[in-house]
Write a new protein. Sequence first.
Length: 110
Amino acid sequence: MDQLKQDSANSGRSAFWPVLIIGLAGAGWGAFQAYHLGQEHEGLKKLHGDQDSLVQNAVKLRAQLDGIAADTQRLANGGNANAQVIVTELRRRGVSINVDATPADAEAKK
């Protein structure tokens, strides 16, 4: 029994190399993940920037459509039969028209 203890104590094996290899592998994997996360972040920032012009165009179009709808409502209030048909149909489909809305109101909602 004593011989077995002495053999294992004198075997010269230490945990240094396995721990070092595992530590280096963990650090390498972390660096790899951090690099790819940075790449994904840059890609998402680029996509977000590309959408800014689309959003601005959509806001402009919405303001134009609101202006057309308000003008149509004013015509309907003035007695124009065709405008009344359009406004009635829009109301039936759930579209509400705010005659007092200005383009600044549309920008404020953004």
